[in-house]
Design a protein around this ligand. Structure first.
Ligand code: OGA
Ligand code: NI
Length: 363
């Protein structure tokens, strides 16, 4: 499946595009630029004024993404109900939450961050050989999943777990950590899908039965320090086309979500996993849950490491997707038509970056 930021855009003057192409041809990413000692960022990184952060757009710091504590999930029925209720609120009004006491050991999370950092800071030849945007390659490295101007200030290692990934293709410095982390995320996802099913008022195995964690697309980002952070972005504003996204971030911060018209910082919490509702879950929930716009600021401090894992259906799933029938009624009619996963992916790839993946399916 597409990741939130891939494709190509060409509505820029030729010299800027040539510069972008030259940068891409170095196969060294933004890290390579920073290592070369630049003091000004190349023009193709400069974002249009209206997309740059403005202090007036920032929410008061008291506004915080909900924290969901899974620690007491097996204690008694009352605790379980309480967690379901909190998740329902969070998925509806925020679309984002931070999971704590989720059972993935903090040591493993630290190992993943460290392994990813070592990959990005490691052997240039290893990165150059992996440099690609070819979807056939299940393990690949590139700066900007979409080569477009304005580009984002970050590099990414992508692993697509769709059943055909050969673990020996993952760079050895982060291979074990990534493989263990993937298993751990799948376990948390089982619990989360059960809780989200309950939050939608469905039998607890409903979401799991939809096979929406079959493909895991993992993007391990490296955001180098930026000499002119006020001119660019680490990640442009987008929603995730996934069903659900798990995000592991280090302690630098910079991720922001758009909540009630203001940008709210997703403050790093040691050991937490940030979870967000993707477009596909918004769609099958008939808009009960929300897929929320988010972005990452560029910063003079860095590098920042984050790993997003997009849980998706199998890309060759032949079943039709659409709003879950059990949720529909005369007073809650379907907001979307039914479609195949393949149509969804095609529509996503051809859409513009800022358009929602949902709009082609709206009724
Ligand atoms: C993404 C994303 C946020 C981050 O990869 O879709 O939103 O903090 N990443 O890197
Ligand atoms: Ni995202």
């Amino acid at each position: 499946m597409a990741t939130p930021t891939d494709g190509i855009s060409v509505d820029q003057p030729n010299d800027i595009l040539n510069e972008l192409k030259q940068f891409d041809d170095t196969k060294a990413g933004v890290k390579g630029l920073v290592d070369s000692g630049i003091e000004k960022i190349p023009a193709f990184f400069i974002q249009p004024q209206e997309l740059l952060p403005k202090s007036s757009d920032i929410a008061p710091p008291t506004l915080q993404v909900p924290i969901i504590d899974l620690g007491a999930i097996h204690k008694d029925a009352g605790c379980y109900k309480q967690i379901v209720e909190e998740l329902k609120q969070a998925s509806d009004s925020w679309g984002f939450f931070q999971l704590v006491n989720h059972s993935v050991p903090k040591d493993l999370l630290d190992e993943v961050i460290q392994g990813v950092k070592e990959f990005h800071e490691g052997d240039k030849d290893v990165k150059e050989k992996l440099y690609s945007r070819d979807r056939v390659k299940k393990v690949r490295f590139a700066s900007n999943l979409r080569l477009l101007s304005a580009a984002n200030w970050r590099d990414t290692l992508t692993c697509v777990f769709d059943g055909s990934l050969d673990p020996s293709d993952i760079p050895p410095v982060c291979r074990d950590a990534i493989m263990k982390y993937r298993e751990a995320i799948l376990q948390v996802a089982e619990t989360l899908y059960e809780l989200l099913s309950a939050a939608l008022g469905l039998p607890s195995d409903h979401l799991r039965g939809m096979n929406c964690a079959k493909t895991q697309l993992m993007v391990a980002h490296y955001y180098p320090p930026c000499p002119e952070p006020e001119l660019t972005l680490g990640t442009s504003m987008h929603t995730d086309p996934s069903f659900v996204t798990f995000l592991l971030q280090d302690d630098l911060g910079g991720l922001q979500i758009l909540h009630d018209g203001h940008w709210v910082n997703v403050a790093p919490i040691p050991g937490a996993l940030v979870v967000n509702i993707g477009d596909l879950l918004q769609l099958v929930s008939n808009d009960k849950f929300k897929s929320i716009k988010h972005r990452v600021l560029a910063s003079a401090r860095g590098p920042r490491i984050s790993v997003a894992t997009f849980l998706n259906p199998s890309f060759d799933e032949k079943k039709l997707f659409g709003p879950i029938k059990e949720l529909l009624s005369d007073t809650n009619p379907p907001l979307y038509k039914e479609f195949l996963v393949d149509d969804y992916i095609k529509a996503y790839i051809s859409k513009g970056l800022t358009a929602s993946a949902l709009s082609p399916f709206k009724l």
